[in-house]
Design a protein around this ligand. Structure first.
Ligand code: C2E
Ligand code: MG
Ligand code: MG
Ligand code: MG
Length: 275
């Protein structure tokens, strides 16, 4: 017959996802415009030094708890913040808040605790980043030597010479640089050798293997000794069991982080933990 039929494929799941993404974008915009932090907050996960036998630092991990959407994981909102470039103003807030925490620790008499802050490539490659960061550090009156910037291996795919220049600028200020999730992506130890970095964070996937592979089968120990030869310290992330800690200790790993030591904690709880 001569009637027209319209076929409409309606994907409910897709629509829900798109709507959620829109709402997260809206939430991120709000956070970036507020003078206070709104629904953005930071938890601090202790990092335990296997040689000193004590907590020597915390990693700052961002979270959002919004009225409308509830808890949003950084795994979900960081990529959206990057895509919208809102990571620039929000990243500055994260740095500010983390350094407030560091200052508070100093006031409480903990003057040699490190704070590790995760950075997006977009933040790192923004032309005025070192300058801005230095300004915040001076404002907050903290020691740059206690600040570690965590960057992922994905930086290797970008302009290598420029990366080297920025890292050297940051090192001149006194900051330390750590390669996060080491072993998951573009990593190669020969590249690490040419870059001015301080620390490798072994990805959880390597640490998980320590539960079912023998130390000889797991290459974790080899990576640790090679990293040491290149002059880097090594942090193992995602340590959940004593067995993993014992193996890492015997492999000469410097520090561990994971649920076995503690989950990420709110500021007050983190201070209690340290005490
Ligand atoms: P990451 O930097 O590798 O951080 C470690 C992640 O592993 C955190 O997840 C932490 O909660 C989790 N974790 C720690 N110990 C254990 C463990 O024993 N078992 C398990 N299963 N997980 C453990 P989280 O907080 O969900 O963060 C996920 C990722 O989001 C981070 O991975 C980091 O890449 C990114 N991220 C978090 N905060 C920020 C931020 O402020 N800026 C940027 N650019 N990225 C961030
Ligand atoms: Mg990290
Ligand atoms: Mg990590
Ligand atoms: Mg990781």
């Amino acid at each position: 017959n001569d009637r027209d039929y319209w076929v409409c494929v309606y994907d409910n799941k897709l629509e829900t996802e798109v709507m959620r993404e829109q709402e997260i974008k809206h939430e991120l915009t709000k956070i970036s415009q507020l003078h206070i932090d709104g629904s953005l907050y930071i938890q601090y996960q202790p990092i335990f030094d296997l040689k000193a036998n004590k907590v020597t630092g915390f990693e700052a991990l961002s979270r959002i708890n919004s009225e409308k959407l509830g808890f949003i994981s950084p795994l979900e909102f960081i990529p959206i913040a990057e895509e919208t470039k809102l990571i620039i103003p929000i990243g500055e807030k994260i740095i500010s808040k983390s350094l407030d925490f560091l200052f508070r620790l100093n006031i409480l008499g903990f003057d040699d605790i490190d704070i590790s802050i995760n950075l997006s490539v977009i933040q790192l490659f923004k032309k005025d980043f070192p300058e801005k960061l230095f300004k915040i550090i001076k404002e907050k009156n903290v020691n740059p030597q206690n600040i570690i910037l965590e960057i992922t291996e994905s930086i290797y795919s970008s302009d290598y010479d420029y990366l080297n220049i920025i890292l050297n600028d940051l090192k001149r200020i006194g900051l330390k640089i750590s390669i996060d999730d080491f072993g998951t992506g573009y990593s190669s130890l020969s590249r690490e050798r040419d870059l001015n970095i301080d620390c490798l964070k072994l990805d959880k996937s390597f640490i998980d293997k320590l539960m079912y592979l023998s130390p000889e089968e797991a290459i974790t120990g080899d990576i640790i000794s090679m990293a040491h030869k290149l002059g880097h310290s090594v942090v193992a992330e995602g340590v959940e069991h004593e067995k993993q800690m014992n193996y890492l200790k015997s492999s000469d790993c410097d520090r561990i982080q994971g649920y076995f030591i503690s989950r990420p904690l709110d500021e007050e709880k983190a201070i209690e933990f340290l005490k």
